[in-house]
Ligand binder design. Structure first.
Ligand SMILES: [Zn+2]
Ligand SMILES: [Zn+2]
Length: 271
């Protein structure tokens, strides 16, 4: 098993947007990213970050969002993978933390790859409005999964993807109706928590700071649910200090993750 960062681009912001008390003058590049999890039973892509068609997709967002969003596309995940000779057939599924535009932009770049979502998020995708690009896509194969497993690290239920404890998804509804957190544990003990947009920046956990009020109101479907899951996640981090928390938009978290290796040194999934 292995985990690789796939930072597809950035959103140019300031710390004040990311967490309560952040400086208005401290510039922060918010990562627009996915992560590849290589697993012997099939690789998973956690979110896509910006895809190849972000420029056209972006034009469909509401004016107010476009007016405050300044982004740069670096290289979409699909292109980064093909650059290193990754065999697309190894990709078993795309597992979304949630379905907001900046997480799903790259879905059309992976035709035929199933997209795993909770029933709640699937419903949100069908109903959702202008903050979601899924309405623009055709032919995406969404597959629903449930939380048949018991409590996990203080979360009430879980879904153990391959039944080996290496990739465990827990419900973290709040930011969207079907948001999840994905825990990945490598054989060497390195452990990641992909928290999606539970927080935008690590300070949300380390300083217990929520999003600023105005963005919390606009960005979260259920602010109470988000807060509850934030407290759970803070407790997990206290219990497991070595856990690497990966907010989808924190560049520092992705910097702690390996980049894709050169084609010749890409490990087979069976490792
Ligand atoms: Zn979001
Ligand atoms: Zn986001």
């Amino acid at each position: 098993m292995a985990v690789f960062a796939l930072v597809a681009g950035v959103n140019h912001r300031v710390a004040a947007v990311g967490y309560r008390g952040g400086s208005l003058f401290e510039r922060r590049e918010f990562s627009m990213a996915g992560a590849l999890v290589k697993h012997p039973k099939g690789d998973l892509l956690i979110d896509t970050g910006f895809g190849r068609h972000i420029d056209e997709q972006f034009r469909t967002l509401p004016f107010m969002v476009r007016a405050i969003t300044f982004y740069s596309l670096w290289r979409p995940a699909a292109d980064q993978l093909s650059d290193v000779g990754y065999d697309p057939k190894s990709l078993h599924a795309i597992l979304l933390t949630h379905s907001h535009w900046d997480h799903v932009s790259g879905l059309p770049d992976f035709p035929g790859v199933p997209v795993w979502v909770t029933p709640q998020e699937h419903e949100f995708i069908w109903k959702s409005g202008d903050m979601d690009f899924c309405r623009l896509f055709t032919g995406i194969r969404y597959m629903e999964y449930g939380f048949e497993g018991g409590p996990y690290l203080g979360f009430p239920a879980s879904h153990d993807v391959y039944g080996d404890g290496s990739i465990v998804v827990v419900p973290a509804f709040g930011h969207t109706p079907g948001s999840v957190i994905i825990f990945v544990t490598l054989p060497n003990g390195t452990r990641y928590a992909f928290v999606g947009d539970l927080v935008w920046q690590l300070e949300g956990i380390t300083r217990r700071e929520e999003r600023p009020w105005i963005t919390r109101r606009r960005a979260d479907t259920d602010a109470e649910g988000t807060r509850e899951n934030l407290l759970r996640m803070i407790a997990v981090k206290e219990r497991l200090p070595a856990l690497i928390i990966v907010p989808a938009h924190d560049m520092r978290a992705f910097a702690e993750m390996p980049r894709l290796p050169k084609p010749s040194s890409m490990p087979p999934s069976s490792q």
